[in-house]
Design a protein around this ligand. Sequence first.
Ligand SMILES: Nc1nc2c(ncn2[C@@H]2O[C@H](COP(=O)(O)OP(=O)(O)OP(=O)(O)O)[C@@H](O)[C@H]2O)c(=O)[nH]1
Ligand SMILES: [Mg+2]
Length: 412
Amino acid sequence: MSKMPHVHHNMVRFGLSLLRHMSSLPSTRTCCLHQRGITGSNARHQSMIPGHRYSHYGRRVSPALSHQIRDLSGPEQRLLDKMYKGLIAGQRASLAESITLVETQHPRKKELAQVLLQRVLAFTREQENCNGGRPVSFRVGLSGPPGAGKSSFIEVVGKMLTGHGHKVSVLAVDPSSCTTGGSLMGDKTRMTELSRDMNAFIRPSPTSGTLGGVTRTTNEAIVLCEGAGYDIILVETVGVGQSEFAVADMVDMFVLLIPPAGGDELQGIKRGIIERAHLVVVTKSDGDLVVPARRIQTEYTSALKLLRRQSKSWNPKVVRASSHSGEGIAEVWAKMESYRDAMLSSGELQGQRRAQQKVWLWSLIQENVLRHFQNHPSVKEVLPQLEERVTKGGISPGLAADLLLKAFSSST
Ligand SMILES: Nc1nc2c(ncn2[C@@H]2O[C@H](COP(=O)(O)OP(=O)(O)OP(=O)(O)O)[C@@H](O)[C@H]2O)c(=O)[nH]1
Ligand SMILES: [Mg+2]
């Protein structure tokens, strides 16, 4: 207990220093020599002069930040500075290092990660202001049953996009990594060409932790990729468990990939997730699979008509494509662009991002509060015995929960 005030003091101090940092950052910029954005963004990022980007930062933001950074030690400041400058200059090594930092479980490093994220967010906000308030990246979630052809699709689309001058990052959320520590998705191996492309960055999800933890770090990795100038961010997840819903909550567009397989395999696809899809891609539409792919396209087109409309500016569509023959790939991307353009001009995309920030905030609160509750000494003391009494039917779960909450709140 005697440690508590100290911990509390540190938390408040850290929180205040972050707030100081946020409020002291200039929110608008008049000079945006090297804009980038997701509309017509071909090669825009490449036109940025990296040195200019951070001299800009150094000249105008750094004094405000140095105020806030007083709480950091010299080596910590230098580490963060190096990472930040490398990151916004688009260096892959700095981006990889920054993502490793946000994935850490180490308490102090976690704090450093938050300082880095704040700086990157401030930078991105500046870029957005220069872009007329529009996001600087397009975030696309891709989900589907195991083996649906997601990675092959990302490889082909990713190559096409880097060929058009985009910078593409691919993040994978692997739900199996949370429970088994194993990898359900053999992503990297199947994206051999894309992983060699200098304008692409591929990152599998960390191999341990809870789904909440993995989605938090994926959300933060998205922010870091944007800061590093990646204007297209693809998040792959396999349609197992809750991970696809988590991904749908962190992207601008949610794409469901369905293989042209028999009915049995399709039963694994949750109705709830079909409702979230802005685009359904029937994959592997080549050779003998063209006929079943057409059939599935028709089935899904009728099924989508029955679902509630998600957006005022977009009607979900069903398309076919083959990553092997390349047929339909350009058309699928064209559909994604029309979605993005429609959502941007109606302002829905921006509104959706704002709403997602709130969802993210609350999921973090839920996770942290729960952990805090479970680890609280007074709760830990009575929890096993109350759990036992509940399972034996001795007391109701409602009463046990009330008692636990009472124990928790009376000692906090
Ligand atoms: N015929 C055909 N096969 C394909 C196509 N795309 C992928 N495949 C095959 O489908 C299998 C799975 O492809 P992946 O791209 O790894 O699928 P995935 O959805 O990423 O798989 P997981 O990440 O393991 O869930 C591989 O054997 C691919 O060769 C396609 O366009 N046509
Ligand atoms: Mg895959």
